[in-house]
Design a protein around this ligand. Sequence first.
Ligand code: FE
Length: 130
Amino acid sequence: MRFESLMQSGDWKGEKHVPVIEAPEDVTSGEVFTVTVSVGKEIPHPNTTEHHIRWIKLFFKGEGEKFPFEIGSYEFNAHGEHVNGPNTGPAYSEPYVITKVKLTKSGTLLAMSYCNIHGLWESSKEVKVK
Ligand code: FE
């Protein structure tokens, strides 16, 4: 078995689990730009003690490169847990990341996310460096 057989994807406008990468289409080499990665942009994903997004990872693969580079790993650890029981807690972390990235080569941003009951999901977005 391989991870690729477990990885699901689709159109984020119709499938709430697909991570949404928002980044400029074109950037200048060496310029810092903002990348947002979220799950549930169009259709909100549940965020309960029993069912939530646990983490998002962001990678970059440069054009012509063989291997990806890990940009960041983001965990969401509060989902309503409380001494009084599930979903009674005061804190819920939303699966939403804003980060800063700098590239010196065109390539593809890839996001992977994990729902604790619906598994692994992926998406990608090309960024051109001028
Ligand atoms: Fe789910």
